[in-house]
Ligand binder design. Sequence first.
Ligand SMILES: [Zn+2]
Length: 95
Amino acid sequence: MVQGGGKEVSMTFDEAVETLKQNFEKAKTYDYVNQPLSWALYHTWKESEREEEYERCVVCGRMTNVKRKDRVGKRRFYVEGAGQLCKNCWERIYK
Ligand SMILES: [Zn+2]
């Protein structure tokens, strides 16, 4: 599910299944898609790939918009010794 203007994404297994269903329904409405299930699986998989690519907040567990491969030094909302925080938790703790 996309929250906060598409910046934070977190997907549980149930959400992944839900995304797959939604993609499948969507795919069936597209004339150019010959195999709706394949299309849906592909697009759901792309979502999970995104999941792997980004850090999760160490406080609330939500997806941040910080990539895992980003160097710690240039990250925002990163707490040394703790890890990556999301903007919400950071603001709650540091403001
Ligand atoms: Zn958080």
